[in-house]
Design a protein around this ligand. Structure first.
Ligand code: PTJ
Length: 256
């Protein structure tokens, strides 16, 4: 990991996150395209003021409630998610508990093996992936994300996924699954198709989710969880997140 980023640099967290991703790329976890995808995410984060909005907090509470109520929840992991959040992915999946499945757009068995190893180094056990030899196909998908595990994503009732803009969420929704998406772009296809979209940076979201799940498990019952889910509306959530960007830009332009 780079040691040339001074901790008192005004953009330390952003630079350190980049360094994590580059490190993940150099270790073979992240696809080269993942570096570009991160740049798009950084731009949205900048527009959002690099902080978690009250709308994200509501979406997080709905998402955690949904995971806790689920019968067969699965956390889907790609290269970027593994590079940025592997410790938190393992913690969250143990807390729920949920299965972890590695599912890649730019599919390669070597990268799957390395991501699996990374998650196991953080304490994960029995992660699923196409390496586990129980492959099923998501109907209607043409990309490599269609290959899923028959006891994982294929059978799941709730799937949490992160940092993908494209074809899979619609196909999963068409299968009758509830999808929770972590995507900082409120206009992405994934953000718009998911049941619950957390419009925020995964590096902030994951620790908040872990704390929220811990608190919900300790303090709240099933009625509270169901009520939280029922009161959440993703369209409203996305519209509010977009407004937050527009308002931030207006404030900026007025202060110039
Ligand atoms: O590891 P693989 O092979 O599965 O490939 C992963 C990538 C990321 C390359 C693949 O899923 C991809 O091409 O993704 P997209 O279509 O570029 O979409 C990524 C989405 O994640 C975009 O909407 C970005 O704005 C968003 N994003 C990027 N970084 C973050 C993010 N959202 C939340 N937190 C971030 N740190």
């Amino acid at each position: 990991m780079r040691s040339d980023i001074p901790p008192n640099h005004p953009r330390f967290i952003s630079l350190q996150t980049r360094a994590h991703l580059v490190d993940g790329f150099q270790r073979g976890l992240v696809a080269s395209e993942g570096l570009i995808a991160h740049g798009r995410g950084e731009a949205f984060d900048y527009l959002m003021g690099e902080q978690t909005s009250k709308f994200s907090f509501s979406a997080i509470e709905a998402a955690c409630s949904c995971l806790l109520i689920a019968k067969r929840p699965v956390v889907s992991v790609n290269g970027n998610f593994a590079a940025l959040c592997s410790t938190e992915i393992v913690k969250l999946s143990n807390l729920i508990p949920a299965r972890i499945e590695i599912n890649l757009f730019h599919r390669s068995s070597e990268r799957e093996r390395l991501i699996n190893q990374e998650l196991e180094n953080k304490g994960a056990k029995n992660c699923l992936g196409s390496f586990s030899n129980e492959s099923a196909i998501v109907p209607g998908l043409t990309s490599s994300r269609k290959f899923v595990h028959s006891n994982g994503i294929y059978m799941a009732d709730v799937i949490m996924l992160a940092m993908e803009d494209g074809d899979r969420t619609q196909a999963l929704v068409d299968m009758g699954k509830k999808v929770i998406a972590l995507d900082i772009n409120p206009m992405s296809r994934t953000a718009k198709t998911a049941d619950i979209t957390i419009v925020d940076n995964v590096i902030r979201v994951m620790p908040i989710m872990i704390n929220t799940i811990t608190a919900l498990k300790r303090e709240k019952g099933i009625d509270y969880l169901k009520n939280t889910i029922n009161q959440f509306g993703n369209r409203r959530n996305l519209a509010n997140s977009l407004k937050a960007i527009v308002n931030g830009l207006e404030k900026q332009s007025n202060s110039e």
